[in-house]
Design a protein around this ligand. Structure first.
Ligand SMILES: [Zn+2]
Ligand SMILES: [Zn+2]
Length: 634
């Protein structure tokens, strides 16, 4: 009996895994813009234990005990039926949703004791801190943000957002406008808001809030009026999703009851604040979204992409010796701001949009790229662009110059392509991307702490950066692109290109047979998608994809839980899915092959199918001889 019980309890997660996707069929693929990658409701999460589904399972188990001979074949039959029914309907999409669902839950789950610990830590520094009003404000901002998003006017939420968050939403609205659509949403409701983490540094406290919410949401033509949009949204299905909102505030700032932006008051001096594009208090000149006085929204992440702990950043302590205020929060916001400006510049075909944020060298090469496309009457298209994370990786003094370097990884995704200026792009899959942005700043420069999380400001006079084409501040005239005072973009490249130059790091990531790769590599579905689409795009670029190779790609798509339909889309879209493909026979190709070997080694071994897949990939990458060497650990 014990054994039987054990088997039943082992079966129930499987049963759930089969039942759960069945409940979320109604989810449409539309409207996934700034919350692209949204996962279905976690109401039906297996870890919740309770709920309708739990009741059904319990009932089934009870029945099984009473009538084992009858129930066992029924359950098995039922499972098989569901399994095949699911497969016949939409096999990979539902598996992937279940994957993502589980992952989002895992990544955002915390215990009540953890939460109490974080709240107490904050109360030590700020006795008035109370999680209830704090979460109420988060909910209020969430609702305000949805309304601003629907109206395509962010001015009402501007003072609560870091500059990068604002830039991101602004660019996303613009990309939708270019696509000829707007997001219609209604029946927005916050189901739950919960503190799920506290990061502390010398410069900022960061509180992560998990928001579970639901809404009806659909894309409509951009010419639709607000009233029409609302009507259209009413017939859309009600969908649930989980997001993590990260708020930052300077340690030492205090909760001022009744005196914050939500009450229309400056959180520094208490004077009335009426809004305005500069985000400064007109009485005390405080930068309101700096995080220096009150909580500022620094990031919105999908539940599935929430990463709890980042590794330590190489070289940070060393870099702090000359700039004690140097901090990851501000730097990541700056990099995120630059990323969104970079997307904006490319989708408009105007490199100058980065003139105040990049070196003249970077600007010139981007301009050459974009002008080349323009001459051919072609353009780059980015749809549904989203950022999964901006992660500082290392600081390094550049030995050959007067500059320090900061290397930041940007995980993002978009449907991207290059096409004729006049045409709508064909249907493209959302492709995950991993890029490394290298920012530079002259050695000896220091962080302007008054600007804080308001990272789109002049480092000298603190005026907001304008959209003018000049490389200098429009107020005080200081040259910005030189990196003399603040971090500017020097290069942006794929993770493979970066890894192939950074020999030391590359050695660190390489995994030998018999070892298992790091957990975050395996669980990251975006990374699996990225590798598979790159393989498909490379195969397509070479011309013919024969049946044998198709079969191997199919094998990867099954094993890695990446929908086959999307891989097929990648094969037909080809090389335009990526900014560029991995060059054959290059060090980058070797880095890429290493990543594939890692993925195959997830279970600690490489079977004969996987070996065939790796051989075929090595051939495509132009390094067939390297596979054996990598596998034997050389
Ligand atoms: Zn003030
Ligand atoms: Zn200035």
């Amino acid at each position: 009996m014990r054994l039987w019980l054990f088997r039943v309890s082992r079966w129930s997660p499987l049963l759930l895994a089969i039942l759960v996707p069945a409940l979320s069929w109604a989810r449409s693929g539309g409207g996934q813009h700034y919350r692209s990658g949204r996962e279905p409701s976690s109401r039906s999460s297996p870890s919740d234990g309770g709920g309708d589904l739990g009741g059904i399972i319990f009932y089934l188990v009870a029945l099984t005990f009473q009538h084992p001979a009858l129930m066992f074949p029924l359950i098995v039959g039922g499972c098989l039926f569901f399994y095949y029914y699911q497969r016949s309907r939409n096999p990979s999409a539902s598996t992937q949703k279940a994957f993502e669902q589980r992952e989002a839950d895992l990544r955002t789950q915390v215990s009540a004791r953890d939460v109490e610990g974080w709240v107490n830590t904050l109360k030590l520094k700020d006795p008035e801190f109370d999680p209830v009003p704090f979460l109420d404000r988060a909910k209020k901002l969430f609702m305000g943000m949805q309304l601003a998003w629907l109206r395509r006017d962010l001015s009402s939420v501007r003072p609560y957002l870091s500059d990068a968050t604002f830039q991101r939403l602004k660019v996303q609205l613009k990309l939708m406008q270019d696509q000829g659509i707007r997001d219609a949403l209604t029946d927005v409701q916050v189901l739950d808001a919960q503190i799920i983490g506290l990061d502390q540094s010398e410069w900022f406290d960061t509180v992560h809030v998990r928001i579970k919410a639901q809404m009806r949401d659909v894309d409509v033509p951009s010419t639709t009026t607000e009233a029409e949009a609302l009507r259209a949204a009413q017939s859309a299905p009600l969908e649930s999703f989980t997001e993590v909102w990260s708020f930052v505030r300077k340690p030492g700032a205090k909760t001022r009851i009744g005196e914050n932006l939500y009450q229309g008051k400056c959180p520094n001096c208490g004077a009335p604040y009426a809004g305005g594009a500069t985000n400064n208090c007109e009485f005390c000149n405080a930068v309101l979204n700096s995080g220096n006085y009150d909580w500022t929204l620094a990031q919105i992440t999908q539940g599935i992409e929430h990463v709890r702990y980042y590794p330590t950043v190489d070289g940070l302590l060393e870099a702090r010796k000359s700039d004690p205020a140097l901090n990851i929060e501000v730097l990541e916001d700056r990099a995120s701001l630059i990323f969104w400006k970079w997307i904006e510049a490319q989708s408009h075909g105007e490199a100058q949009r980065l003139s105040k944020l990049s070196t003249s060298g970077f600007l010139a090469s981007l301009d050459a790229d974009l002008s080349g496309l323009k001459r051919q009457r072609r353009r780059k298209v980015f749809l549904e662009c989203a950022v999964g994370g901006v992660i500082a990786r290392m600081f390094r003094p550049d030995s050959g110059s007067e500059y320090d370097e900061a290397h930041l990884e940007v995980r993002w995704s978009a449907k991207m392509g290059i096409g004729p200026e006049s045409e709508r792009p064909p249907s493209l899959p959302t492709v995950p991307q991993r890029w490394m942005f290298v920012l530079v700043r002259r050695r000896g420069a220091t962080t302007n702490t008054a600007n804080g999380m308001s990272t789109s400001r002049c480092p000298q006079c603190s005026a907001p950066l304008t959209d003018s084409l000049s490389t200098a501040c429009d107020y005080c005239g200081i040259e910005l692109s030189s990196g003399a005072r603040d971090w500017v973009l020097q290069s942006a490249e794929t993770i493979e290109a970066w890894n192939s130059r950074e020999e030391d790091r590359f050695q660190a990531i390489a995994v030998k047979p018999g070892e298992r790769p790091a957990a975050d590599v395996i669980t990251d579905v975006r990374e699996r998608e990225r590798l598979l689409y790159m393989m498909a795009a490379m195969a397509a670029a070479d011309g013919v994809i024969d049946e044998r190779e198709k079969k191997l790609l199919k094998l990867c798509s099954d094993r890695w839980a990446v929908p086959w339909a999307k891989v097929e889309m990648a094969m037909s879209a080809g090389p335009q899915l990526f900014d560029r493909l991995v060059p054959k026979g290059s060090p980058e190709a070797e880095v890429f092959l290493h990543s594939l070997v890692q993925m195959a080694l997830v279970d600690g071994r490489i079977d004969k199918h996987e070996r065939r897949m790796l051989e075929s990939a090595a051939l495509r990458l132009g390094i067939p001889e390297r596979l054996q060497q990598i596998l034997s650990g050389k």
